[in-house]
Design a protein around this ligand. Structure first.
Ligand SMILES: Nc1nc2c(c(=O)[nH]1)N=C([C@H](O)[C@H](O)COP(=O)(O)OP(=O)(O)OP(=O)(O)O)CN2
Length: 364
């Protein structure tokens, strides 16, 4: 049913750099530093791991070894031009893992680059705005029918490889394009803005897409976080929404060799992101209601949270790959629009199970 099962590993490094390719007087031409985070998505073949269930651990070890020379280092000693994009490419080349599907590199929590399967570089930037809204078409007892508000977050991805010039889409360019939209949205009631009379996450994402695409033909995705646990993204054609859950469970890896701590009973605070793909319901302005996703997933959530996964019926093993497959199989009949499951056992480390790899990585 799923086209891709990818192991995901994330690891950080502290490093200094100078980016001389940027225009005169750009702040990043000066010596500066970041807490970088690198994320790798890879299909881990059976032969690449020492035992079934070790995929995420093995990928994490490989990534840590790969970026170790960059930690507490001057990046210009390792790469001629250490832009975020070039760092992501450097990691892809040196990781020594077959089956890499994506590499993501964040230099701050608000900016980074994702290399897709074809190694096209999508630069992204995160923005925030504070706004009120209500959904006018929901049922009378729906909480979102009342006027309320959110600290919305927006992530803009643009395909750098489509730009005519190298570094043509740098972060400052995205900031310039975002500024008038921020002015329109921030500290406003969204329902009063032309085109946002029914301001669902999906409608907001499409509205931002239309506004930005004119000046930014390289735009790849617009992602709107309505709350910390839900949101929507739009690529000009298709809508995807997600809803996140956190559950705390005990697990053990059945095939871990004697003496490996993962073979014994241990536990995680899992982060689960369910992605749904569906056409827009024009009347409601959404694909499906986040609230319905939560309600339909609730029995499965209860089967997972504060439970010993080792005793779960039908779960082949306690690794995130097995668990994501179990969750997909259980949830799909209840949520037919479900198209992807991201499951992390520690921040940024876990499994992504998807029908297609369309859509952004989503920053850690
Ligand atoms: N597909 C969509 N569904 C819903 C949207 C939307 O924009 N698109 N919006 C809402 C509400 O505006 C609401 O603010 C968000 O709903 P909800 O998922 O219930 O968010 P919470 O974070 O408040 O949920 P909890 O998990 O209960 O904390 C509704 N649906």
């Amino acid at each position: 049913m799923c086209a891709a099962q990818l192991s995901v590993a994330t690891s950080g490094f502290e490093a200094a750099r100078q980016v001389a390719i940027l225009p005169e007087r750009h702040r990043s031409r000066r010596l500066h530093g970041h807490s970088f985070a690198a994320t790798v998505f890879a299909e881990m073949a059976n032969g690449a791991v020492s035992f079934p269930g070790a995929e995420v651990g093995t990928l994490s070890e490989r990534l840590e070894a790969c970026i170790a020379p960059l930690n507490y280092a001057f990046l210009n000693d390792h790469l001629e031009m250490p832009t975020d994009e070039n760092l992501a490419r450097w990691i892809w080349q040196r990781l020594g893992v077959r089956g890499i599907a994506r590499v993501a590199l964040q230099s701050t929590s608000g900016s980074g680059v994702d290399l897709d399967r074809g190694r096209a570089a999508h630069v992204w930037r995160r923005y925030r705005f504070q706004a009120a809204h209500r959904l006018p078409n929901v049922a009378a007892d729906h909480k979102c029918g009342r006027m309320h508000g959110h600290g919305f977050e927006v992530v803009i991805h643009a395909n750098q490889d489509l730009g005519a010039r190298h570094m043509s889409i740098d972060y400052d360019h995205l900031d310039e394009l975002w500024a008038p939209l921020h002015f329109e949205l921030n500290y406003h009631s969204l329902n009063e803005i032309e085109g946002l009379q029914n301001p669902t996450s999906e409608v907001i994402a499409a509205w931002i897409w239309r506004k930005l695409k004119v000046g930014l033909p390289e735009l790849s995705w617009v992602t709107v976080y309505e709350t910390a646990s839900c949101g929507a993204n739009f690529d000009g054609r298709e809508y995807r929404i997600w809803k996140e859950f956190s559950f705390d469970s005990a697990t053990a890896l059945r095939h871990a060799p004697q003496g490996n701590a993962r073979g014994g009973l241990h536990g995680h605070t899992y982060q689960l992101r369910l992605h749904m793909k569906a056409p827009l319901d024009e009347a409601m302005g959404w694909t499906i209601d986040f609230g319905d996703v939560k309600k339909n997933f609730d029995p499965i959530f209860k089967a997972l949270d504060h439970q010993p996964l080792t005793e779960m019926d039908g779960l082949r093993d306690g690794d995130t790959g097995s668990l994501a497959a179990w969750i997909f199989a259980q949830a799909r009949p209840k949520i037919p629009e479900l198209s992807r499951v991201d499951l992390y056992e520690t921040p940024g480390c876990g499994t992504l199970l998807a029908e297609s790899l369309a859509g952004p990585c989503m920053p850690v």
